[in-house]
Design a binder for this molecule. Sequence first.
Ligand code: HMG
Length: 390
Amino acid sequence: MKIGIDKMGFATSQYVLQMDDLANSRGADPEKFSKGLLLNALSIAPITDDIVTMGASAADSILTEDDKEAIDMVIVATESSVDQSKAAAIYVHSLLEIQPFARSVEMKEACYSATAALDYARLHVEKHPNSKVLVIASDIAKYGIESSGESTQGAGSIAMLISQSPRILELNDQTLAQTRDIMDFWRPNYSTTPYVNGRYSTTQYLDMLKSTWSEYQRRFDTSLADFSAFCFHLPFPKLALKGFNKIMDKSMPIDIQEKLKKNFESSILYSQQIGNIYTGSLFLGLLSLLENSQNLLAGDQIAFFSYGSGAVAEIFTGKLVEGFQNQLQPSRLGELKKRTVLSISDYEHLFFEEAQLDEEGNATFADYETGPFVLKEIREHQRIYGRKND
Ligand code: HMG
């Protein structure tokens, strides 16, 4: 049975921070960000737009009423949980009015968990061929004002509908994961921002890529020449470029190398305008590739490198399906230009605002711009979500 990604949706916040503004205010050379990190802008979410609202928006943009009847599992992959117990997937299930006989769970392993969710979804559909699984990767990457990671923040969600006879990408069975117990990036329960050994994290990312890819090729008797594109986890696009250069096989014919290079460039376009969306960023790369590449054809094989700090990495692959273009939107770069540009002081206030709870656990919020869903208030410690205009 062929199983894979049938539909893909995306949502980000309505506010944006330009990297040049950040550089100027922090006394850095703007080229450090535009050339050193390959980043132009970061999506900035206000307190009323979180992993639930953005995740629901991403899914709302692709689901039909028939899909909502067929979905029997909702997985939200995230490291930006809004609750230590209740799964964000339950809020999403409710906001989208998915039929009740469904399983809803949250999964975590830094930026890796959406890859594990995809595999769980694939195995579920293999056992229950008429099922559809909604996988949402939703995160807000927040390192702190004037922190070392401030230039690699971001916010956004990717929604993927997993089914048999998928219309975008068939997932192949060959996957290879690697686990290493390292402290490159982590966030203890008592901290709202992560601790990070930045340079060390980049060397671990590259080393996990090299060693996993080398073992993947050996185990499955394959090589880069078998692929039309390679998508990477995108904490910031320059690191993925370093990864791409590391795995490039210069002995391949020039036209194959050129196609891979062009497709790499297409895969980073959205990330350059949005920043890190943690577990969704690999799939944002896929969406950017599919909506901007001029040379992809049905039957083309795509390889994926997933990396989550801590660390778990995985390489998996998929094949583009006939007519995949019909399931996509034209490039979203124009849409991203519509976000409201924030001044530095507005960014510092809006991104780091915390709920001011009264003694009964109530809090209300200013009327910030969001997508179709919004965190309306906190009432007796309960998060109250709804459609923006309800
Ligand atoms: P930094 O200290 O801001 O920057 O840290 P830098 O000094 O390393 O410079 C960055 C690049 O800009 C360098 O390029 C400089 O040479 C260049 P490179 O040498 O690496 O090729 N540069 C310039 N280029 C042009 N003109 C100039 C100029 N000046 C310098 N004037 C760092 C950067 C990424 C370490 C920091 O932002 C950080 O700690 N970020 C967070 C951690 C991170 O993103 N790690 C990535 C790997 S771990 C991962 O992917 C997992 C993660 O997504 C989380 C999860 O799994 O949940 C993070």
